[in-house]
Design a protein around this ligand. Sequence first.
Ligand SMILES: Nc1ncnc2c1ncn2[C@@H]1O[C@H](COP(=O)(O)OP(=O)(O)O)[C@@H](O)[C@H]1O
Ligand SMILES: [Mg+2]
Length: 233
Amino acid sequence: MADEKVGTGIGGLDDMLGGGIPAGQIIALLGSCGTGKTTMSLQFIWAGLQKGEKGIFISLEEDETAIISNALTYGWDLRPFVENKTLTLVKLEPSDAKSTISRIRGELPTYIKQTGSKRVVFDSVSLLSMLFDSESDRRAGLFDLCKQIKSSGATALFTAEVKPEIPNVSRDGLVEYVADGVILLRYNETSDGSDIQLSVRVVKMRRANHSRRIKPYNITSKGIEVHSKAEVF
Ligand SMILES: Nc1ncnc2c1ncn2[C@@H]1O[C@H](COP(=O)(O)OP(=O)(O)O)[C@@H](O)[C@H]1O
Ligand SMILES: [Mg+2]
């Protein structure tokens, strides 16, 4: 059980992780806007659905319809899974801090346990962080969420935006400390400035012998492809 790995749905990333995410861990997926955090999260959920694993995708950004059509652009049809309740899509309202925080504390943990979800996505914890009034509430809120997910046994991805001035640190500066692992997505301009190159690095991963190399990836019509055999520069 301790060595059980959860495949991300991205072969090259699983290679970097030594097979996948250690089961039951919470992984922070850091990157600036457009680096593919939502795509990678959907791919992770999709990979689970293909194996009959239940999933929950919690979004503060997109509603159910938008999530479904977003996934469909990569060829992942979530609708039948929503209909047969293998997948639950939850939209939380970032404008209603009070009710969102109370849903996260109350019904969500119960829900994750009751549905027997194996994979949980929270997109994004940066938006969640902004709902708390103080640093200490934010810290307590995030720790509590992690504790609840951990006790359910599910494996989770938390997406987070990075600080614009420091693109390897999350905006709240917190999620990388509460998570068991950190995957960092970046985009860099090529040396002539004519194009961008996406790269991924596994910064930390508890109980896993992971690669620390930086590897290139692409976002394609089939989702994310990590080129674990290639070099970045
Ligand atoms: N069908 C597609 N084929 C290729 N690239 C796509 C496709 N759909 C979206 N993208 C690219 O993926 C990016 C969005 O990724 P997304 O997962 O939303 O990033 P993030 O959540 O980090 O902001 C877009 O900027 C676009 O360049
Ligand atoms: Mg996103």
